[in-house]
Ligand binder design. Structure first.
Ligand code: CAP
Ligand code: MG
Length: 434
């Protein structure tokens, strides 16, 4: 037991309480600090994230007592808390974060704390517009009718030496059979590759590629900046004939992401979300928040595309089962309860197009598609730019690997008729799940 003088934290625990359907539920993994029990940690979590503070108050009314969040279950280090909906401002993600992803991480009684999952009631979900184009809309913009993923490439090195050099990579990968040129997360408007120069050059080469291939081609233009500047950049993308804007939604922030969701709708653009910064709080298994919980909030915020990982076989972390769970969460309308995770009713708001990226190359594509299916976007940067015969051949090798998967032909066999795929396999090999 702690020596701290406290008198009502345990009032926030009611293990007989059944969470109501119209409340928000949180599942935390909590590690109490030395000297504190899990109950003491749990009571503090529910208190500090709802209406309480460290002592009883002379100012408390019955209304406030009715709004106390309650710990309704403790199982080992898992703490389940239910929150009356009135504690939240409908439609505001910053307010959600200040509450349940807020002060509680800093409490002395809690050595480690991780949000594992969050469940939203229908009324809360419906207070957000959700994605504008969603899953199907993304493929429609690109006129993709075949059963295949959307294919994008980010130029590497991460920053091309000039706007024209960047756009020329686009031209090569579009001619090689890809749909989208993608900006990297740290490419915004540097002195040697200014934003407007890049947009102008990219859509000049895009138009040329469309004319030569007769296919729809486009680009994910990173508009990340201060919010007013992002709005200005989004308008430029529209003026130059673009269809997509990309933002680094976690570094830009939730308020800016919600604003850009509206701006994208006003301009008729789809919103692509890169998750740079997520691992600062998703990586440690006992602290921060899961990517699953972040992805759920991103669906409320209304991004059309979201990076979710490569299901255990690329360069970034994220296990196969975790990534599949995230994919289901952002694409299904009704997600069933499974293992420790909550069921979720998305109340008809659109799904997000999941993006798999990070260390992908043709030899990894078939197992990745086995795991995640063809209704995703894949992003292959180094695995195209590192191709020994250049980016156009690299893009073709990616298309051929997808074609091989669709036709159920082993890659090595398909490579006998594709010198581009053959060269890719010689350089990077193949990989499968253990
Ligand atoms: C991929 C990427 C992405 C990562 C981010 C990169 O390039 O563009 O930013 O995928 O990770 O810069 O590393 P490669 P995640 O295709 O060359 O690996 O998708 O997990 O958020
Ligand atoms: Mg990147």
């Amino acid at each position: 037991m702690s020596e701290e003088k406290v008198d009502w934290y345990l009032d926030f625990i009611d293990l007989k309480r059944q969470p109501a359907k119209d409340e928000i539920q949180l599942l935390f993994k909590a590690t109490p600090a030395p000297g504190y029990s899990i109950e003491e940690a749990a009571g503090r979590i529910a208190s500090e994230s709802s209406v309480g503070t460290w002592t009883t108050l002379s100012t408390v009314t019955q209304d406030t007592l009715n709004r106390m969040a309650k710990v309704y279950k403790i199982a080992g280090d898992l703490v389940y808390v239910t929150y009356p909906l009135e504690l939240f401002e409908l439609g505001s993600i910053p307010q959600l974060f200040s509450s349940v992803f807020g002060n509680i991480y800093g409490m002395k009684a809690v050595a480690r704390l991780r949000v594992l999952d969050i469940r939203f009631p229908r009324e809360y979900v419906k207070s957000f517009k959700g994605p504008q184009f969603g899953h199907k809309g993304a493929k429609e913009i690109l006129k993709i009718k075949e059963n295949r993923p959307i294919i994008a490439t980010v130029p590497k090195p991460k920053l091309s030496p000039s706007a024209e050099a960047h756009a020329k990579i686009g031209y090569e990968i579009w001619l090689g059979g890809e749909d989208l040129l993608k900006d990297d997360e740290n490419l915004t408007s540097q002195p040697f590759i200014k934003f407007e120069d890049r947009v102008r050059e990219v859509f000049k080469y895009r138009d040329k590629a469309e004319k030569e291939t007769g296919e729809r081609k486009s680009a994910l233009i990173n508009v990340t900046s201060e919010t007013e500047e992002m709005k200005r950049r989004a308008k430029l993308v529209k003026d130059y004939g673009g269809e997509f804007i990309m933002i680094d939604f976690l570094t830009a922030g939730w308020a800016a992401t919600q604003t850009m969701r509206e701006v994208a709708e006003e301009l008729g653009l789809a919103l692509y979300a890169h998750r740079a910064f997520h691992a600062a709080f998703t990586k440690l298994p006992d602290h921060g928040a899961t990517m699953l919980s972040i992805a759920k909030v991103a669906r409320l915020a209304g991004v059309d595309f979201l990076h979710i990982g490569t299901a255990g076989i690329g360069k970034m972390e994220g296990t196969k089962s975790d990534v599949i769970r995230i994919k289901e969460e952002i694409t299904l309308d009704k997600v069933p309860q499974e293992d420790i995770y909550f069921e979720q009713d998305w109340a008809g708001i659109k799904p997000i197009m999941p993006v798999s990226s990070g260390g992908l190359h043709p030899g990894i594509i078939p197992p990745l598609l086995d795991a995640l299916g063809a209704d995703i976007a894949i992003q292959v940067g180094g695995g195209v730019l590192g191709h020994p015969m250049g980016p156009r051949a690299g893009a073709k090798a990616v298309r051929d690997a997808i074609d091989a998967w669709n036709k159920k032909i082993p890659l090595q066999e398909y490579a006998e008729k594709s010198k581009e795929l053959k060269a890719a396999l010689e350089k990077w090999g193949t990989q499968s799940y253990a």
